[in-house]
Design a protein around this ligand. Structure first.
Ligand SMILES: *[C@@H]1O[C@H](CO)[C@@H](O)[C@H](O)[C@H]1NC(C)=O
Ligand SMILES: *[C@@H]1O[C@H](CO)[C@@H](O)[C@H](O)[C@H]1NC(C)=O
Ligand SMILES: *[C@@H]1O[C@H](CO)[C@@H](O)[C@H](O)[C@H]1NC(C)=O
Length: 430
């Protein structure tokens, strides 16, 4: 009963904003949905997933993964190549084999993610013709057979949108992707796989660049992880939240999407809530911000301050970005450093203590709208927008209250002593 009240309180204003039907009808929808969602949770169970990156296995060795806190672990990445007959495995196939056996030993589903930021370049052509789709199904099912994988994640960044810049691209990407998934599901190996996708906060575009009907995808995919992060960074006009839970409460010019807007957009496009997995980021983006604009007279962090064009270095895993696969210099926004701080990197960089709380002398602000924190060191003038235990707990509660399927974290190696993962699990009632 308590949960029902909370759910109605949270969902009703949300439905009122989307305003499709009368409030009374919405009430009916909400209360009947609660029953369905509960039985669905009982039937399918909640998803607790993360990506494990094959290109820096030493950041979190396989025997250090908190396996019992996960249901699914996804190896990143199998990159698309100019040939539809080949995928390129980051870290190599030997590492993938070790990953699969470690996951299986702990009864965690072992998936591999195809694509990623640099690995999506040849997605469009891989599904671009009937012959290629058949060949791509064969490439994937061969990989599944060889490594006894439980499932495949499709992290195409992005259908009918450029992504890194030199991706192959077609207006037909989304319909071609659907045809491809149908063919994969019809295959005797594809039929029994867990199939998931990682997708942006707005639904995949149709050939006219309008949101596609997602309901046929929902019949083929087990769930879609919505990547609700990297919403603000060095490419943005001001310092904003990396992973906002909400933005409808922000000033209009700062409403750039959030978990709330993503649920609204994807569910109205036909994705059932119990197939919506919230993608969460265990890291933050840094900005160089002068004291005069970063802080109020009282010494609190200002909202949406302007930042300097120089990208600060992130944590010790930030090795800078050279020329990317498209030949473009310098990573995010063409600036030398990546500027990313993993959650552990904020401890290393002396913003946070071992418990993940701000250290003495560090300015901290928790934005009640985005429900995410900021830290600022006034000596180095580095500001970081990130997620902490409080914001991860809020995201967990959101997943529970909205009847979402669960969470998928980028990336397994970013946490510090499981502070974030424990927090989202607590909030989500895992
Ligand atoms: C089919 O795949 C090949 C690469 O294996 C690619 O060169 C070709 O352009 C693709 N065809 C289409 C129509 O995308
Ligand atoms: C998002 O913000 C709106 C507008 O302020 C508010 O009504 C709603 O409850 C918020 N939702 C969440 C999940 O915080
Ligand atoms: C802030 O940054 C400076 C310069 O990098 C560093 O010496 C200091 O320890 C950091 N922390 C605080 C609280 O000033």
């Amino acid at each position: 009963m308590v949960d029902l009240v909370v759910l109605c309180m949270v969902v009703l204003p949300f439905l009122a904003v989307t305003g499709s039907a009368s409030v009374l009808e919405d009430l009916d929808t909400v209360s009947s949905e609660v029953v369905d969602l509960n039985s669905n949770f009982a039937k399918h169970g909640k998803v607790a997933a993360a990506w494990w990156a094959g290109w820096h296995p030493d950041l979190l060795p396989l025997d250090k993964v908190s396996w019992k806190k996960y249901t699914h672990m996804t190896y990143a990445f199998a990159e698309t190549t100019p040939s539809v007959d080949e995928l390129s495995i980051s870290g190599g196939e030997e590492l993938l084999a070790k990953f699969v056996s470690a996951a299986k030993k702990h009864k965690v589903k072992a998936l591999i993610s195809i694509g990623g930021w640099t690995g999506s370049r040849f997605f469009s052509t891989a599904v671009g013709s009937a012959a290629n789709r058949t060949a791509f199904v064969k490439t994937i099912t061969n990989l599944v057979k060889k490594h006894k994988l439980d499932g495949i994640d499709f992290d195409w960044e992005y259908p009918n949108h450029p992504g890194i810049g030199c991706n192959t691209i077609s207006k037909q990407d989304t319909p071609n992707f659907l045809s491809f998934l149908r063919e994969l599901r019809a295959h005797h190996i594809g039929r029994r796989l867990i199939l998931t996708a990682a997708a942006p906060i707005t639904p995949w575009p149709d050939p006219n660049d309008e949101p596609s009907d997602i309901s046929p995808f929902a019949k083929l995919l087990d769930y879609i992880a919505i990547m609700n992060y990297d919403l603000w960074g060095s490419w943005s006009p001001a310092v904003g939240p990396n992973a906002p839970l909400n933005d409808t409460c922000a000033p209009p010019q700062y409403q750039q999407g959030s978990a709330v807007s993503a649920v609204q957009a994807w569910t109205s496009a036909g994705l059932p809530r119990n197939q919506f997995v919230l993608g969460v980021g265990a890291y933050g983006h840094s900005f160089l911000v002068a004291n005069s604009v970063a802080l109020t007279d009282q010494g609190t962090i200002t909202a949406y301050p302007q930042f300097e064009p120089k990208q600060p270095r992130g944590d010790s895993s930030d090795s800078g970005s050279g020329v990317d696969v498209c030949g473009a210099a310098g990573g995010w926004g063409g600036i030398g450093w990546g500027g990313t701080f993993n959650f552990w990197g904020l401890v290393e960089g002396k913003f946070l203590d071992e418990k993940g709380q701000p250290l003495q002398g560090i300015h901290y602000r928790y934005d009640e709208c985005s429900q995410t924190p900021y830290v600022y060191n006034h000596t180095s003038q580095v500001m970081v927008s990130f997620d902490d235990a409080k914001s991860f707990k809020a995201k967990g509660e959101f997943i529970k209250n909205y009847g979402l399927r669960g969470y998928a974290m980028w990336e397994a190696a970013s946490d510090h002593n499981d502070i974030l993962i424990d927090s989202i699990r607590k909030g989500g009632g895992y």
